[in-house]
Structure formats: C-alpha cells, structure tokens
Design a protein around this ligand. Structure first.
Ligand SMILES: [Zn+2]
Length: 168
C-alpha cells in the first residue's frame, strides 16, 4: 500500500528493480501488451513510468486504468472487425445474420447490435465461431444436425461426436 502511494504521488523515483536507473513517465511507440487472447500495441501517447536503465515499467493504478481502457477499446474494435468480415462473407453466400443467430442460439438482432453499437465487445468464443463458419459455411448444416441429434427422447452427445468425426 505504501509503495503504491509512493508510485502514484511521485513522478520520478529510483528504480527498485535495478537500483540504478530513474523511473520517469515515458510515452513512446512500439510497446505491446497482452490483453485477453491478443497482444496489442500500447498507444504511443500513453505515459508509463519506465526505468531509464533497465526498462522496467512501473504501472501504478492510474496508469493501469488508462492502459486497460485503451487496450479494451482496441480489443473490441479488432473483435468487432472479425465479426463484421465474417458476417459479410456469410452474407455473400446468402446466409443471413438471422439464420446464424438461430443456429447459434443468439437472440434476434444480437449480431446487428454487436457490429453497429459501440457498447459491446464480442467474445473470442463468438468471434472465432463466426470466423469458422465463414471459412466453411457447411458447418452451419453441421451445427443444425448437431442440435437435431441432441433433441428428442434419446439424446446422444457421444454419437454426435462420432457422427462429426466420420463426416470430417
Ligand atoms: Zn531499473
């Protein structure tokens, strides 16, 4: 707690990692950070307290919040782009958003909402599903068959998998 307070209140301090360098807020391009499943560029304008000697980044709470906001925004835009191009591809093949929503069990209008409004981040699960469907639209039939095989009085999940592997 005391360390954090110190980091947050002082602009420059000696690096506790190497004991030699001075840590100063630095804004520079070419930095990257992992965010969920992606490695994303850190905005060049974002100041991160960085040791001039060893390069250790000292990310305090306020920097972490800014970094998180920037990365979330970039992550959302990339996931949304994948969703958009996948749906465009499917649309070229006359497969509507509505039929994709139906087969994936999504509520009606969900995919339109996802690609047009700014407040939702598509999950990796959904974005990758749509990309897989766009790569091989036959998979829509596969999924429909899968739901059929799971329906009725004697559902057979193992049989579904067996059927899938013989079909592949
Ligand atoms: Zn250092």
């Amino acid at each position: 707690m005391s360390v954090r307070t110190k980091l947050a209140s002082k602009k420059e301090f000696r690096c506790a990692e190497c004991g030699k360098g001075i840590v100063r807020p630095i804004a520079v391009g070419g930095r990257q950070a992992n965010y969920r499943t992606l490695t994303l560029p850190v905005p060049a304008a974002l100041e991160i307290p960085t040791c001039g000697n060893c390069g250790t980044e000292w990310i305090n709470d306020s920097v972490a919040r800014k970094l998180d906001t920037a990365l979330e925004k970039e992550f959302r835009s990339r996931m949304r782009e994948l969703v958009t191009v996948s749906l465009a591809r499917l649309s070229e093949l006359s497969i509507s958003k509505a039929s994709v929503e139906r087969v994936l069990g999504l509520s009606q209008g969900y995919l339109s909402h996802l690609t047009t409004t700014g407040d939702k981040t598509p999950s990796e699960a959904l974005a990758s599903d749509l990309a897989l469907l766009a790569q091989d639209p036959q998979r829509i039939r596969t999924i429909e068959t899968l739901w059929k095989k799971l329906s009725g009085s004697k559902p057979d999940p193992a049989g579904v998998l067996g059927w899938l592997s013989t079909a592949a």
